[in-house]
Design a protein around this ligand. Structure first.
Ligand code: MEV
Length: 293
C-alpha cells in the first residue's frame, strides 16, 4: 500500500541536537508518496535506498517517490524515504519504525541525531530532550540519548524557501563538530541555542508569533557562527526578518531551505519571485507518516 510521508522542518536547535541539546521540529503539509513496484533485480539506487532495501532483504523493486520538494533541501527527504520504504513493507508500530529508520540513516551518514526520522514518523510538533509535551519514545546511540515528546500547539503558517542544494548533512554536521571539538566557545553557543529552544517552544504553545519569530532570528544568527549559512540564505532570511515574524535556515544548512513565519505574505512572495526562488506556502501539520490505498 502506498505510504504518505510528510516533510519536516526544524524550528529550533538543529546541530545542537546532535550533542544532546533540545530541539523543536514539526511536520509540514507537504507530503510525498512512496510506492514499491515489483521489478527485476539490479536497479541502482542512492545509498539510503539500497541500505534500506538490503535491510529488508529485497532488491527486485522500483522505489517510486512522488514529491514536489527538491531533494537536498534539508526537509528530511532521506529520512522520509527510509521510513517510507520500511513502512511500505512491514507492519511497524511507530516507535519501532522511528528506531529502525534512524539506525539505517545513521549507518549511511555515520553521524547525526534521530530528529528527522522521529519527526516524520510521529508527526506534529516534536520536542527533543525537553520537559514539555506528551512523551513519545527515547532513542539511544553510542553514548547519546534522545527523548522525544509531542508538543500540543496550534498549526502555524510557514513559507519554506529552497535556496539550492545543501551540502551533505554529513559534511555540515562534521563541519560544526570541528568547532564543537575545538573548545568552549562553540559549546557556549550550543548552550545558548538550548536556552532559545526552550523559550521558543513556550512561545509556540502560547501562539505568540512575534516572540517566536524573534527567537528564530536569534537561532539563525547562532547557526551562522558555524559557517553553515550562505549568501542566498542570508538574502532570504533578511526578507523573512523584514516582512515576516522571523526566519532561519532549517536543517543542516550550507544551502537547502529557509523557513519564514509570514506576516505580509504577498510582499514575501513578491520578493522571492524577484529572486527566482522555489518556495512553498504551507503550514505545520499534526500528521505523521501513514498508509492509504
Ligand atoms: C538535520 O535535519 C538536522 C541536523 O541537526 C543533523 C541531525 O540532527 O541529524 C543538522
Amino acid at each position: 500500500m502506498p505510504v504518505y510521508a510528510p516533510h519536516k522542518i526544524i524550528l529550533f536547535g538543529e546541530h545542537a541536537v546532535v550533542y544532546g541539546y533540545p530541539a523543536v521540529s514539526a511536520t509540514v503539509d507537504l507530503f510525498s508518496k512512496i510506492t514499491l513496484i515489483p521489478n527485476k533485480a539490479g536497479n541502482i539506487y542512492s545509498s539510503f535506498v539500497s541500505k534500506t532495501l538490503n535491510y529488508l532483504g529485497i532488491n527486485d523493486v522500483i522505489v517510486k517517490v512522488e514529491t514536489d520538494v527538491p531533494s537536498g533541501s534539508g526537509l528530511g527527504t532521506s529520512s522520509m524515504i527510509i521510513a517510507g520504504i520500511l513502512y511500505h513493507e512491514r507492519n511497524y508500530d511507530k516507535k519501532q519504525l522511528a528506531k529502525e529508520a534512524f539506525e539505517i540513516e545513521y549507518s549511511v551518514q555515520g553521524m547525526g541525531s534521530p530528529i528527522d526520522t522521529t519527526t516524520i514518523v510521529a508527526g506534529g510538533y516534536v520536542m527533543t530532550n525537553g520537559n514539555l509535551g506528551i512523551p513519545l519514545w527515547e532513542i539511544e546511540k553510542n553514548d547519546k540519548r534522545w527523548r522525544f515528546s509531542n508538543v500540543p500547539a496550534k498549526e502555524i503558517d510557514v513559507i519554506i524557501v529552497y535556496t539550492g542544494p545543501k551540502g551533505s548533512t554529513r559534511e555540515q554536521v562534521a563541519k560544526v563538530r570541528k568547532f564543537y571539538d575545538r573548545g568552549r566557545f562553540a559549546r557556549d553557543v550550543m548552550e545558548e541555542i538550548g536556552t532559545i529552544t526552550n523559550e521558543g517552544v513556550k512561545q509556540l504553545m502560547t501562539g505568540n508569533l512575534e516572540k517566536l519569530g524573534e527567537l528564530m532570528n536569534e537561532n539563525h544568527s547562532q547557526l551562522k557562527i558555524f559557517g553553515i549559512s550562505t549568501e542566498i540564505i542570508e538574502k532570504v532570511v533578511n526578507i523573512g526578518r523584514e516582512y515576516g515574524y522571523g526566519s532561519k535556515l532549517t536543517g543542516a544548512g550550507g544551502g537547502g531551505a529557509v523557513i519564514i513565519i509570514p506576516k505580509d505574505k504577498d510582499k514575501i512572495i513578491k520578493k522571492l519571485k524577484e529572486l527566482n526562488l522555489i518556495y512553498f506556502v504551507t503550514s505545520t501539520t499534526n500528521v505523521g507518516i501513514f498508509r492509504r490505498p
